[in-house]
Write a protein that binds this ligand. Structure first.
Ligand code: UDP
Ligand code: MG
Length: 349
């Protein structure tokens, strides 16, 4: 994994712009994370305090059914925690989107609540941000923790999504990242409902730095991403960032037409030369079923795109919020004086 080249003068310029006492916003999406969320909030608070950063911890509860909310509210008595409760489970991409809408910081950290993203890397990422990078993100040092099937899917996804693109999406990146305020403001401008955040981070550009990170095992509980959800996310990413699945049917269709014309010519020649003995039944069945399958598959691909266009034109809000519990302590109020942009996308239910 190599970074795109960033001219040193640009980094120096950005580094000069960094505030000496930045406010760090941490966005932590949580779905049924009762066992992980309190230790995660305490760890982040401790790490950021030790590194001398003012900070706010924004937990986005994505419709948890366990005691996640209760645990967060207990933590918010002593820690600078803001809790945003979505009205139901909207999925991680939307939970991150909601968090970004409410982040007040000069710099924002995105991190999972299950300790798979090592929190002790946060100060390292923030240091790179101070050096002038607008986005510092984690790439997996390896994928040995994943099954071969998941690795195969991921590989196929990036191959397909990047085919024909000049500006290729880097593989093996994670949501674990640090974003400068200008990146957060850029991401807030993205109106799409079908959200594939890793594609959007890449699309917005800015000066980016990749850091290899060893993904840890989940501390407790189990992953919410089963194969069905992963395939859904993969299809969203693919249809949002590539027209290749649509275009490929032009090629397949042309090739099949060419083959069938050649075959027809050959049959005609045979008949003219040797007459027409009764044969060809298997050929007919194979041709009909094959072409039927190809047609249904291509209609399915069209359906994937049209379904997503349908979702976009409905223009529903990205998410609904049932409650916001702002951080309590006086120290935090002081921090929030820093606050600049109000939420742009949120709809309070
Ligand atoms: N998550 C979420 N909404 C969901 C599923 C997951 O906010 O619908 C959160 C989850 O609590 C965790 C992060 O997203 O903080 C990553 O989820 P998970 O660990 O289940 O995914 P994996 O790491 O296995 O890809
Ligand atoms: Mg996880």
């Amino acid at each position: 994994m190599t970074d795109a080249f960033v001219p040193p003068y640009l980094l120096a310029l950005r580094a000069q712009e960094r505030p000496s006492q930045p406010l760090v916003s941490c966005i932590i999406p949580a779905y049924n994370e009762a066992e992980n969320i309190s230790p995660m909030l305490e760890t982040l608070h401790h790490l950021l305090k030790q590194a001398g950063f003012k900070h706010e911890l924004i937990v986005v509860d994505d419709g948890s059914k366990d005691s996640t909310v209760e645990k967060v509210l207990i933590c918010s008595q002593t820690l600078p925690v803001t809790l945003i409760q979505l009205s139901r489970n909207f999925g991680k991409e939307i939970a991150l989107t909601a968090g970004l809408d409410y982040a007040n910081g000069d710099v924002t950290v995105l991190i999972d609540s299950d300790f798979q993203h090592p929190p002790d890397m946060v100060p390292v990422f923030l240091e790179e941000w101070r050096q002038g990078y607008d986005m510092v993100y984690s790439v997996r040092a390896d994928r040995t923790d994943e099954s071969w099937l998941k690795r195969l899917f991921t590989h196929a996804f990036y191959q397909l999504a990047n085919s024909g693109c000049q500006h290729k999406m880097p593989a093996d990146t994670q949501d674990f990242r640090v974003l400068d305020r200008r990146v957060v403001l850029a991401l807030r401008q993205m109106p799409e409902r079908n959200r594939f955040m890793k594609g959007l981070y890449h699309w917005v550009g800015f000066t980016q730095r990749a850091i290899a990170t060893q993904t840890q095992h989940r501390r407790a509980g189990k992953s919410s991403f089963n194969y069905r959800r992963l395939i859904d996310l993969g299809l969203t990413g693919l249809t949002a960032f590539s027209n290749m699945p649509l275009r490929v049917w032009t090629w397949i269709g042309s090739t099949i037409s060419l083959c069938s014309m050649t075959y027809g010519g050959w049959e005609l020649l045979q008949t003219l030369l040797y007459g027409n003995p009764e044969r060809g039944w298997p050929t007919l069945v194979v041709a009909i079923t094959f072409l039927g399958g190809v047609q249904l598959l291509s209609i399915g691909v069209l359906g994937e795109y049209i379904g997503r266009i349908f979702t976009e034109v409905k223009r529903r809000p990205h998410y609904l919020i049932s409650h916001i519990h702002p951080a309590k302590s006086a120290e935090d109020k002081q921090q929030y004086e820093h606050s600049t942009t109000p939420a742009t996308r949120a709809t309070d239910a």
